[in-house]
Design a protein around this ligand. Structure first.
Ligand code: AMP
Length: 461
């Protein structure tokens, strides 16, 4: 995953970026960085860890200027090193350039090898650096033209924000995998400041209004003379196939299932409403006799509300979350993750004792979390535990930027629903169907659901 943010023409650019990144901390907790622009020069600060720990008054004061770009990193390619922290910066023939990326390129390896053969040296291990190398080899000194010539070579998911010495640029891949929102806000002089962000929740915090999504295949640019927009297409590596046979859009369904904040509008839809709908459909498809519905907090809350409304079963908070513990999934080691569930979630005996409980979560990946949670709920005295998952079985890894483990660690890739139910210790297990998922989001096309249906919308090299 990752969060990207950019602002142009605001006197407090670095602080606005800080707030935007703060609102999008859920998209990445490994590192964070801001590059600002003042009088044609870039200033930057990056660190490992959380936004509020990396940026204090001192660091923000050292980021002058009226434009900035920022990034929160959740490593899906490359290790968690400072060298991989973004925005990346480079000195190009045309001047300084800072680059922030959300998504994952699927042809990174072949592009990298080709560039290395030509003498390119890479500083880190992220896929993002290839864009800087490709741009530096493009004869055009005009950034917009250079991007238009270069971007078609990239395959996969990319929402980029670039800050050059004279402009802010936002780019979204032609299939629109990852979100990218354009907003605006009045500055102190009363003119418009432009803002781009991965999620609308970042615009809410800084009191910017949403203008529109950056369109899939769009290169949007704002500079002193105003805004400009160009388009580009990806070159298909399979030249024999017709474009009609390929999906036109592949917006990530998992943004709605789990990743985005529920108060964001993603792909022009409320994430909260989508999740409630997933829960409603789940209740229709997997009804069971029970006394109450409880969510796995926080990710299962909207779906559990939907389940409760549809089924008529009362909604209760049967598990209380400690909000001062980070997301357990982020921890890289299995041993830490298992421990994490206990320190994070506390089941309430007063709610659960003697009850037949429906437990709703957004997704089940390895099954470890559900197993632990069900154990805790039983210890609290529940009579029956019925696990309900507000998305279909996760059977395929994501190559477009969501951190899913390799296929053999995805429990649903090798076990039946009954086997998984037994493994997690539930009395029953029910998933939302693929049809339920698409009906609930009100669209049978335009989404990438490869993690559930195995239909990868790009070649995987
Ligand atoms: P597990 O089945 O133990 O692998 O964990 C599933 C839990 O992790 C669910 O409660 C989800 O809310 C959460 N989850 C699913 N996918 C991700 C992801 N890509 N990053 C972080 N957490 C996730």
């Amino acid at each position: 995953m990752c969060a990207v943010f950019g602002v142009w023409n605001h006197e407090e650019a670095a602080r606005i970026t800080y707030l935007g990144l703060y609102a999008m901390q859920h998209r990445g907790q490994e590192s964070s960085g801001i590059v600002s622009l003042s009088e044609g020069r870039h200033f930057h600060h990056k660190g490992l860890g959380l936004v509020a720990d990396i940026f204090k008054e001192e660091q923000l004061k050292a980021l002058p200027g009226k434009a900035a770009v920022g990034h929160n990193r959740y490593s899906t390619t490359g290790q968690n090193l400072l060298a991989n922290a973004q925005p990346l910066t480079a000195e190009m023939m045309s001047g300084s350039l800072a680059l922030a990326h959300n998504g994952n390129l699927v042809n990174e390896r072949s592009l990298k090898v080709e560039l290395q053969k030509q003498g390119a040296i890479f500083h880190g291990t992220t896929d993002t650096e290839v864009l800087l190398h490709l741009l530096s080899r493009t004869p055009s000194q005009d950034l917009m033209q250079a991007l238009q010539q270069t971007l078609p070579k990239l395959q996969g998911a990319f929402s980029f924000v670039l800050l050059a010495h004279d402009r802010l640029v936002a780019v979204r891949d032609p299939l629109g995998f990852r979100p990218l929102i354009l907003g605006r806000k009045k500055n102190a002089e009363g003119s418009w400041a432009y803002v781009v962000a991965s999620e609308t929740c970042a615009l809410d915090l800084i009191e910017a209004e949403v203008v529109r999504e950056i369109a899939p295949g769009e290169i949007f640019c704002v500079d002193q003379s105003g805004e400009q927009s160009l388009t580009f297409k990806t070159i298909s590596s399979d030249s024999t196939s017709t474009s009609e046979a390929k999906p036109k859009l592949a917006r990530c369904i998992f943004e709605h299932v789990y990743f985005s904040r529920p108060d964001s509008i993603i792909f022009n839809k409320s994430v909260y409403e989508s999740r409630k709908n997933f829960g409603r459909w789940l209740a229709k498809e997997t009804a069971v006799d029970a006394d109450l519905v409880i969510p796995v907090p926080d990710s299962g809350v909207p779906a559990a509300i939907g389940y409760s409304q549809q089924s008529g079963l009362p909604f209760e908070f049967g598990i209380i979350r400690n909000h001062y513990v980070g997301r357990t999934f982020i921890q890289p080691q299995q041993s830490i993750r298992s421990f994490g569930v206990k320190i994070k979630l506390n089941p309430q005996v007063a709610v659960l004792k003697g009850k037949r409980v429906v437990v709703v979560d957004d997704s089940l990946v390895r099954g470890t979390t559900s197993q632990k949670i069900i154990g805790l709920i039983r210890q609290a005295g529940a009579k029956e535990v019925h696990m309900r998952i507000a998305s279909p079985p996760t059977t395929g890894p994501c190559f477009y930027g969501v951190d899913t483990p390799q296929k053999n660690l995805l429990i649903a890739s090798h076990s039946s629903v009954q086997e998984i139910s037994k493994f997690i210790g539930a009395d029953s297990l029910g998933y939302l169907s693929m049809q339920g998922l698409t009906e609930a989001i009100d669209s049978s096309s335009g989404y990438c659901a490869a993690c559930f249906d195995g239909k990868y919308p790009t070649p995987l090299s």
